[in-house]
Write a protein that binds this ligand. Sequence first.
Ligand code: NAD
Length: 253
Amino acid sequence: TGEPRTALVTGGTSGIGLACARRLQADGLRVAVLDLDRPDAREVAAQHGLKFVGADLSRRSDTVEAVKTAVSLLGGLDVLVNNAGFQHIDPIATFPEDTWDAMMHVMLTAPFLLLKYAWPFLIRSGHGRVVNIASIHAQVASPYKSAYVSAKHGLLGLTRVAALEGADHGLTVNAICPAYVRTPLVERQLADQARTRGISEAEVISTVMLESAAIKRLLEADDVGALLSYVVSPAAWGMTGSVLDLDLGWTAR
Ligand code: NAD
């Protein structure tokens, strides 16, 4: 009834975030995407009729300010999708410390700050939804991904605490854990992994990315959007603090 529900999707101009934003839009929500303030990001948002919030989630002040901007663009906030993230591949012994700090901020501290400052709006909604796009690497490890695996493991902890704190307010908080999804992030990683391991990109897909998967096929970004669509729906009111695997059977072993 009445006004459409509103959603903010971080990292929403590429890959999984864009697919999620478009799916929520198709479901009838009013959607804003947050991303680094680059002309190409603004253009992608405009192309799809998505409102745009420019912010660098590796900076605290940008992150806090982004909530105000999003709420004023959308006229409230019912759904927050913490999706922005990036990968860096290096052994611990040579892992750059500034990169560690930036990854922890974008993938763990920013979701906390966005949740903190969006909290009053999500509560006011009465049926708020927070979905954290974690990763199968929130539950298992792979070598050379120390910061990524650590930040994603932490994000599951935040998911569970927020689920408990939101429970009396109709606010659900869940995490989605995909295995490898064909996105620009993975395309870049193919090249990095090939370099680090001294093998071809085709070998990276078959022997590294799909080695632990039972289903030997990369996921598509829309597959994540389809699961998100259910989690934010009113029907999913009883699902909170859940860690939802979309992992090609990775953790079934
Ligand atoms: P992507 O590179 O296609 O998109 C990531 C988006 O995040 C980009 O638009 C980027 O600009 C944005 N972003 C990065 N740093 C930012 C910052 N400092 N401030 C604001 N925005 C920033 O990647 P993707 O594959 O779509 O990944 C999206 C999320 O899904 C990430 O959290 C990633 O860890 C997770 N994930 C991806 C896969 C996969 O295989 N692709 C698997 C599991 C989980």
